[in-house]
Design a protein around this ligand. Structure first.
Ligand code: GLU
Length: 377
C-alpha cells in the first residue's frame, strides 16, 4: 500500500467553501455542513493559524427569497447579479452567527486582481484584517462584475486570493472526495487520486464542467485553481466538506482528499501575473526551431520564427505561443507582445534586420522579449 499522504505544514490558509455546502438544496443558507467547517476554522485560529474564507452561496441565498421560474434551466447574468445582491448580506449574516470574532466582507472582481495598484490595495486590506484578528470572508463582487470583468467562479477566485494573501495553503472544500481520473458519477472505473505532483494536460483530461444552477465551478475550475496556486508555491487540497471527517483529518495534519503539491520552482510574482492574471488576447503559432529556442535556450521570440498569428491584439497585450507537432497543437509559452496583430502580420517570418523595409516604426527586434515570457509546456 502506498504511504499515507500527510498535509504539508501551513500557517496561512485560504479555505474555499462552495455552494454545494452552503446551500445543499440549491437555495437558502444551511448550517448542516458549515458547523464542522466553522469548528475547523476556530480550532485552527486557536492554534495561531490564519484563515481567510472564500464563500460562495450569495446567489443561492438570494434565490430563496425570490420567485424564479425553473432556476435549474440556468440563470441569466442580470438574474444572478440581482440574486447575489440580495443574498450576499444574508450569506454574511449566516457565517457571522458561527464565529465569535468579527467577520469582514471582502468583495473582489477580476480587475482588482489584474491591476497592480488595486491588487496591492486589496493585499494591504487583507493583511490589516488578519492583523486585527478578524475573519475575512471573500466573494466575487457579482453584482457589478460583467462577464469580461469577472473571475467567474470561486475556485479560481480563491486561488487568486491565496496568491494575493501570500497563503501557504489553499483548501477547496466541496461535496466530492477529491480528484478522480474520470467522472465517478458516470464511470465506475474512476480512481481516486490522493496526490498530484504536476498539473498536466492529462490531469485536465480527467475533469468536466459544472452541474449545478447556482454554482459555476466544477472539477475543472478546481484544477485550474490548483494550477494557479501551486505555480506560486502554494500547496492546494480538495477535501469533502459534507462530512466533518475530512476537516477533522486536516486539523490533525492528515490529508484526506487530493493534494496538489506546490511547484518546486514557483513563478515570480510578475511571471505569475503574466501567466494567470493577464487575459490572453491572441495566439502566435511558431515553428519547431523557435519553440525549441524558447523552451531550451532561454531565447526571446523573433519575427522569423512565427508562422501564423490570430488576433485581435494590441502592442502590450498578452498572447499565447503554440507549436504544431505530430498533428497536435502544443502550448509553448505566454508573453507580452511588442507588436499588435496588424503589424505582426506584416513582419512574421521575416529576419529582424528587414523589419524597417515593411514598418515605419520598429519598437523592437523581438516580438516577445525573454523577460516578458513564461514557458507553459
Ligand atoms: N459568487 C457566487 C455566489 O456567491 C458563486 C460562484 C461559484 O460558485 O463559483 O453565489
Amino acid at each position: 500500500m502506498a504511504d499515507a499522504v500527510s498535509l504539508p505544514d501551513w500557517n496561512r490558509l485560504v479555505l474555499k467553501v462552495g455552494s454545494a455546502l452552503v446551500a445543499p438544496d440549491e437555495r437558502g443558507c444551511s448550517t448542516t455542513h458549515l458547523l464542522p467547517i466553522a469548528r475547523f476554522i476556530t480550532e485552527s485560529r486557536r492554534r495561531g493559524k490564519e484563515v481567510i474564507l472564500v464563500s460562495s452561496g450569495a446567489v443561492a441565498a438570494g434565490l430563496a427569497t425570490q420567485e424564479v421560474e425553473n432556476p435549474g434551466a440556468g440563470l441569466s447574468i442580470p438574474e444572478k447579479q440581482a440574486l447575489a445582491a440580495i443574498g450576499q448580506p444574508l450569506l454574511m449574516a449566516h457565517w457571522r452567527r458561527l464565529f465569535d470574532v468579527p467577520c469582514a466582507q471582502v468583495l473582489l472582481t477580476y480587475d482588482d486582481l489584474r491591476r497592480r495598484a488595486r491588487f496591492v490595495n486589496a493585499q494591504n486590506t487583507i493583511t490589516e484584517l488578519l492583523d486585527r484578528g478578524t475573519l475575512p470572508i471573500v466573494n466575487e463582487n457579482d453584482t457589478v462584475a460583467t462577464e469580461e470583468l469577472q473571475v467567474g467562479d470561486n475556485d479560481n477566485l480563491a486561488a487568486f486570493v491565496a496568491v494575493l494573501a501570500e497563503a501557504d495553503l489553499l483548501a477547496i472544500c466541496s461535496d466530492v472526495d477529491g480528484l478522480y481520473d474520470a467522472d465517478p458519477h458516470e464511470d465506475p472505473t474512476a480512481t481516486h487520486r490522493p496526490v498530484v505532483d504536476a498539473i498536466t494536460d492529462e490531469v485536465y483530461g480527467w475533469v468536466g464542467g459544472a452541474h449545478r444552477a447556482t454554482a459555476t465551478g466544477g472539477m475543472r475550475t478546481k484544477v485550474e485553481a490548483a494550477e494557479k496556486a501551486t505555480d506560486r508555491g502554494i500547496d492546494t487540497v480538495i477535501v469533502n466538506g459534507t462530512t466533518g471527517d475530512h476537516l477533522d483529518a486536516l486539523g490533525r495534519g492528515e490529508m484526506p482528499g487530493t493534494l496538489f503539491r506546490r511547484a518546486e520552482e514557483p513563478l515570480s510574482a510578475r511571471r505569475h501575473w503574466m501567466l494567470h492574471a493577464l487575459p490572453t488576447a491572441g495566439r502566435l503559432v511558431v515553428d519547431a526551431g523557435a519553440a525549441e529556442a524558447l523552451r531550451h535556450r532561454g531565447a526571446s521570440l523573433l519575427p522569423a520564427g512565427i508562422v501564423a498569428s490570430e488576433g485581435p491584439f494590441a502592442r502590450g497585450d498578452a498572447v499565447e505561443v503554440v507549436v504544431h507537432s505530430d498533428g497536435a497543437e502544443r502550448r509553448v509559452a505566454k508573453g507580452i507582445t511588442q507588436y499588435g496583430a496588424g503589424d505582426l502580420a506584416r513582419i512574421q517570418g521575416r529576419q529582424s534586420q528587414s523589419l524597417p523595409d515593411v514598418l515605419d516604426d520598429v519598437p523592437s527586434d523581438y516580438v516577445i522579449h525573454r523577460d516578458d515570457l513564461v514557458l507553459t509546456g
